[in-house]
Each structure stands twice: as structure tokens, then as C-alpha cells.
Design a binder for this molecule. Sequence first.
Ligand code: N01
Length: 536
Amino acid sequence: MTRLDVLVIGAGFSGLYMLHRLRESGHRVLAVEAESDLGGTWQVNRYPGARCDIESIEYSYSFSEQIQQDWVWTETMAAQPEILAYLNFVADRLDLRRDIVCNTRVVEMRFDPGAAAWQVGTDTGQRFTASFVVAASGILSVPLQPDIAGADSFAGVSLQTSRWPAEGVDLTGKRVGVIGTGSTGVQLIPVVARQAAQLTVFQRSAAFTLPWEVRPIDAAELAELKADYPGIRAAQRAHPVGAARLSAFSLLLDMLAKPPIATASREDRLRAIDERGILGALDWGDVFFDIEANRQATELYGEAIARIVADPDTAAALVPSHPFGCKRPIIDQGYYQSFNRANVTLVDLRRGPITTAIPTGIRTEQGDFELDVIIYATGFDAMTGALSRIEVVGTDGRTLGQVWREDGPGGYLGLMVAGFPNLFIIQAPGSPSAATNFIAAMEQHVEWIGDCLDHLRAAGYRRIEARAEAQRDWIEHTAALVEPTVLAHPDCNSWYNGANVPGKKRRYLAYAGGIPEYRRRCDEVAAAGYTAFDLE
Ligand code: N01
């Protein structure tokens, strides 16, 4: 049994910074990581085309001037290998590896009220007693097994994008099927299209994408950016989505200030797509609040797609039927152009769903498709998935998974859950997380939790717990923020509100008030002596 002040679950972006922050202030802390190496999301999502859709200059740690000066970004939005290399660089620079235990999955946690500590069990048999636990287990770390009958009967190779083999996969000459056209599919499809002999895309929901060029950064530009880091970080900190430069989120936010589509003439609308292509179709101030405006923008989006995709049936099939804004759009690199290739076929599952996998491929109501490889890009049990798969037993005997299943996903400030003392969660339901630049949101969490743990130690408190009534108020507040938007529309189904997981209670999972306002609220709570937390 290893005794710790704090156990951190996970050694991805959040876990690494949490480990560093707590070690710096003298806590006895270890990070436990289920994978064979650090990196979290960027360790396991090795699929072809994986990259970030936020500029690396902002999708990176801001806490160390030395690290941001020494690391060299080579592209505006980095690809997965570069981000993973960056995380390894940071871990080496801060000498974090000596306090990370890899190949070890936390499987159970029980709170011992007498000792005011968590008893933690792992799949290797190693056990820990930790006064506090910080779960940095990721918001998109549990892949969803698709509900496709007969999946095991497929005789070819089945691949999950988020568990992509480290040694890579050669798709040359293969007949490849991709299931899923979310952010992952949109990144993957153009790359696979260039490699495979034949690519069949099985699309259940068409995607909205935001085409944008990712380009190399040369030495002179990087030097200029580095010289301007104080300004870049200040702007980022003041920005609602934690990314003041170009990103999928900032494009969305910028739309709020644009003129409404509802009053735009036909000429105005056509000019928008003449000048800016499919981006111009979406760039209107009323699309987030007015479902009819959203529908009109989608219609225009369809016209813009039809200008890119040569086959009219394929172009029509690529037009989404859900409101724009309720699934996360992504910066895309030639997604629609892929469908002009002779080796790419789109199967619109709205015209007849997949019925089963068969040994030779996929059977749909529209016919059979012969494949050598099936790639599942079918998403995640987001936000609550990772902790629900650990038996985390709280003070009333229920597991956290049970609480979230029965009461709905929630937490006070998106940081702690009532009934689970001394357990901090980085990016719990109700945190800015999914609605922002995850890194900017995560740094705020790590710093707030670090300060809180320093305070508890200094003041001699052994236990902290969120009050249930404060949690209820926070959940109501976060729901009210999205009520006037299309996010509350019944046709809005995505991982953001749990609709992608059968049986998950539907609730918008992020805090949509922006990071600066969220930070202000969290700081106010701390300054007032941790209002609405019980301290003992
Ligand atoms: O997952 P998704 P994702 N049969 O849930 C389909 C982040 N991310 O991995 O919408 C057929 O968005 C499903 O269809 P439907 C980002 O935050 C970031 O793509 O349920 N299809 C959908 O098309 C993102 O939002 C980056 O009808 C099935 C797809 O699979 C989040 O990760 C890059 C199916 C799942 O889409 C998740 O994105 C990549 C079935 N049985 C990801 N089951 C960047 O930073 C599911 N689908 C750039």
C-alpha cells in the first residue's frame, strides 16, 4: 500500500500539469496511467489525419515561459505526432516520469470517512491510500463500441480510430470502410481516400465542417510569435473560448457578431458563398438562436457543397439534417473534395441503415459492401465515461457512475460531485471544457485545485465536499445558459448532451458562459473561503 497526499488519475495534458503543480508545492503525489506511456488523447488517437483544430500557440501549456520559448511548433495546427512529442518534451523537461506509474488502470476507489482518504485499487494489484484524488482521466477517453450486430464476424481487419496501432497500418490497395463522420471521420476520410484502393464512407449524420488551411510555421514567424507570447496568452485568457486566434471555437463565436441570415437577400447569401465557400454559408449572427435561421443557413450550406462535390446525389447526401452548432464542427482539410475521387463512395445511412456486419464487409438496407478493413470512428462516452467505468464508491454507498446514471451527469462548478469528498475532477460535467479550448480550461482547473489543496493543508482541513444544493443550482445555471440557443433544440443530439450513448440522461454537459466568467466565479468561491463546500 502506497500512501500519498494526492493521487492523479491519468497522464495526459491535465494529469501532467496537475502532477507538476502539486509536486512544486510539496505534496506527495503520483500519477497513475492506464496506457503504456503518457500523452492521454494524443497517445491513443493515432489515426491518419489526427490533428488539433486550435492553433498550437494556444493549444499548449502557458504556465512555463521556458517551455513555450524552447519548444518548436512546425505547423499552425499541429498533427498528433507533434503534440505527443511536445508532451514528452514537457515531461522530460519537468522530470515528471519518475512520478508516473504506467500500464496501471485504477479500477476501484472507496472513500474511508474515518481516515478521510480514498482507498484506491488498480488492475495490477497495486493499492494506494490517498488523502485526495484528482481525476484527470479525460473527457473523450472512452471509445464507444458501435451497436452493429455481427461486428465480430467480419473476417477482415477492424480498427478503432482512438485505439490506432502504434506501428501504423498500411491501407494501400485495401477496400476500406469508415463508419462515423464526426470530427474524427472528417479528419480521417481525406487521408484514407488518398491511401486506399477504395473507400466507402458510412454516414449516419452528415457533418458541418469549417474548411481552413493548416500551414507550416517558419523560423521567422515562430520567433515573432514567441516574442509576443505575453500578448498572445493575455488575449487567450480574456477570450470566452480560451483561444483568441483562429480555431473552430473562435469561428463559431465570431459568428455571433455577424448580420442575421433571416434578413439577408438572396444576393447577400449567394455573395457569402461566392466569397467564402461553405464557411460563408454558416457565418450569420442568428444561426445559434433561431432554428429557422439555422435551417436557412443549412440550405445555403447545401448549395455551397454542391459547388464542390460534382455528383448531385452525393452532394445532397452530405447536407446535414440536424441544426448547425449542436455537433462540434471541425476545421477540415479537403473533406468535401474527397468525394470527387473515383475511389470514394458515400453511403447515406439515412436512406437505409447498417443492418449487420458480415464476414466480407457491411450489410445495409441498401445492399452489401465488400471490405478488407473497417474503421470505426464512432465517438466516445464523453465527460462521464472514464469515471463511470471505475467503481468510485461515495459516502452514500452509490458509485459515481450510478449517481450520474440515476440523477443525471453533474457536479458543482464542474469540479467536484456532492457525495464524493476529496475527489476533484478535471473537466467534470458543468465545466467549460467541451465548449472551449480544452487546454486553457484545464489550466484554470489545475491551478484552482492546486491552490485549494495548498489552502486545505495550510488550514489543517482533511476533507472537502461540494454541497448538494450548490450543485443543483450550478446544474440549473449551466442549463439556463444554453436554453435560448439551438443547443436546447430536441433535434440536437450529440455527445455534448449525452444523446450518443443509449440510456445516458440527456443534459448539456459543458458550461457555456466562457472561461473568464467561469474563472471569476471559481475565484470568488475560493476567496470567500470555498463557499458551498463543506470543509472539515
Ligand atoms: O465522435 P462523434 P468523434 N452506425 O461522436 C457515428 C473531439 N475531436 O470521435 O452523429 C453509424 O462526434 C455518429 O453518427 P451520429 C471533438 O471534440 C477533436 O468524431 O450518432 N454511425 C457520428 O457521425 C469531437 O466532437 C479533434 O448519427 C455511427 C460519429 O460516428 C469529439 O472528439 C479531432 C454509429 C461519431 O462522431 C468526438 O469526435 C477528433 C453507428 N452504429 C475528435 N455510432 C480535434 O481537435 C456512431 N456513429 C481536431
